[in-house]
Design a protein around this ligand. Sequence first.
Ligand code: NAD
Length: 462
Amino acid sequence: MNTVELSEFSKIIFSQREFFNNGKTKDVNFRIEQLKILKQAISEYEQAIIQALQADLHKPEFEIYATEIFSIKEIDYVIKNLFNWTKPRKAAVPWEFFSYSAKIYPEPLGVVLIIGAWNYPFQLIISPLIGAIAAGNCAVIKPSELAPHTSSIIAEMITKYFEPTYIAALEGGIETSQKLLAEKFDHIFFTGGTAVGKIIMEAAAKHLTPVTLELGGKSPCIVDTDINLEHTVRRITWGKFLNAGQTCIAPDYLLVNKKIKQNLVDGLQKCLKEFYGDNPVHSPDYARIINQKQFDRLVNFLKDGEVIIGGETKPSERYIAPTLIDHVSLEHPIMQEEIFGPILPIIEYTDIAEAIALINSRPKPLALYLFSQNENLQKRVLQETSSGGVCINDTVMQFGVSSLPFGGVGDSGIGSYHGKASFDTFSHDKSVLQNSFWLELKWRYAPYKGKLAFLKRLLGQK
Ligand code: NAD
């Protein structure tokens, strides 16, 4: 393990500040070069990354490429756009400022800290790191200790390709996080649960450090009657049971129009068999639960409601079958906290107003899904609910679109990233106003006698 003492943390951050202050990271060509190095590092470590993710989560190789290694696409996107993003942008000035010009200069923040979660342990560190590099920062990264194989491979890869004075990978658990949080950073980017998010923000406040908090929550999935049933069941099954449900934007629970509920349930059951066979424990395409604590927490949920399909477990492998649950009450523990596992409660509604009221009675979710071709219904749900993002007639795919900022609102997070949003998150927009010397109007200077009437006219007053 690459753990270090407190004084070592301070030394690393100090050396990063020195490196940052020499101005090298401000050169866009340097940033592009570093992004290319990161891409090369990922391809060199591809097999090791796959093995680590399989050891930590039993992730199928297909899912590893689709949800973790796909970060290299983000590198290409950023490289293609970086010169454009870094250019100063002209800003309009009001006519009264006719002798002025205004521009906005994006500038790097300095030394940033990135703390990751365990469910997509590679991607959740590398994706924000791409943004931090693109914006010209130095970075300290701390992968999740709960995915130890991936944490170790990230640390090895980063240490091999980057000087710690520029990018340092520090491994460790809560204690390491806390020691890091005691240091002064210029930005903290955190992915994890809402409760820990509050701890991060509190620690950051001591240094007045801005934060991006990528948190979780219960993401609802509304299913209306106006759908293509076959496509709907496939898209829900995939988004929910990908990575055995351990996805921050997985549909947490279904809100289904009563008229279509039975058809949907039949379809989901059929689809589960199509995806994972009669006994998913033998499927090569189905992941396992990260650790015993999470396994025990999830097994407890199986007591709630009535299992329609699934419910089987194999503790020695931390396997929980893809499970559909009916007749849950809103008071059941499964409806009180984020599920973050392969259990899908199904709640019916008769009028969309009930579904909207339920969503609005809870903390704002990270994602909201709506399956419906009815445009009026789409408009209504968009207008009457608030969530980090929305995906209509699909699940999880919104994460893969670099032009869409990804992040939460309220309890599901603060700030966003991906593509240009990552660049903005790790940049400061410096406003620059410039006057010239060719004209000097004296109306704003003292003595003010006789000038108030002119100012009032400027303000639109008679
Ligand atoms: P977590 O909050 O337990 O841990 C995340 C990180 O915080 C880890 O690196 C851990 O070492 C550190 N940490 C934990 N406790 C700490 C403490 N007391 N002080 C300082 N640091 C601490 O989260 P997790 O269990 O790894 O991940 C699950 C949660 O993350 C879920 O709620 C999920 O929805 C959310 N999540 C969100 C996103 C997103 O993009 N919004 C992505 C993945 C996961």
